[in-house]
Design a protein around this ligand. Structure first.
Ligand code: HEC
Length: 158
């Protein structure tokens, strides 16, 4: 009886030793593998919308804000390192969604032209603004869909 208990304990310790060894090293190795690339430090759901954001930027925004995000002075405001944009990310989403017709100062220059609505959904507006916030030399965090849930989508002019 005593012997068999001892035997069982020995068997148990060996199996714990084996599993902790074999099973332990793999996950530890996986955990040290970090996501890489320009968006690695952003939450996964934000990273996931970047390809869509990039596509929208390249097809819809470059004509005015330029491929550099620098815009055209006093005509189309910059999105690169733009104090106005960075001051309010939800406002940037709202303007992309519903357009903007204001006299605005961006990095010390005045902009007075109208921008029409650029996208039709909050998802698209959030995706492209997150792309802008993390490109053109910007490294300025992100905006979530939850943060803009309260925005209304204004009726489009016909
Ligand atoms: C036809 C030209 C045009 C296009 C295309 C355009 N914009 Fe604009 N954008 C403007 C103008 C003009 C303003 C200034 C509006 C104002 O004065 O109220 C502006 C302002 C902005 C602003 C606020 C100002 C700033 O510097 O932060 C944001 C954000 C913005 N645009 C994002 C976008 C995004 C994103 C796209 C593409 C989905 C886009 N725009 C496409 C012309 C354009």
């Amino acid at each position: 009886m005593k012997k068999s208990v001892l035997f069982l304990i020995t068997l148990f310790s060996i199996s714990v030793f084996l599993t902790s060894c074999g099973g332990g090293s793999q996950p530890a190795a996986d955990q040290t593998v970090k996501a890489t690339g320009p968006y690695a430090d952003l939450p996964a759901d934000i990273q996931a919308m970047m390809p869509r954001g990039e596509e929208i930027y390249k097809t819809k925004c470059t004509v005015c804000h330029q491929t550099t995000g620098l815009g055209i002075e006093n005509v189309f405001p910059p999105l690169a390192k733009a104090d106005y944009l960075l001051a309010d990310k939800v406002r940037a989403v709202a303007q992309t969604l519903n357009g903007s017709k204001l006299d605005m100062m961006v990095n010390g220059k005045l902009y007075t032209q109208e921008m029409l609505p650029q996208v039709d959904t909050k998802e698209d507006a959030v995706a492209v603004i997150n792309y802008v916030l993390n490109n053109f030399g910007n490294k300025d965090g992100f905006v979530t869909l939850a943060e803009v849930q309260g925005l209304e989508i204004k009726p489009r002019k016909k």
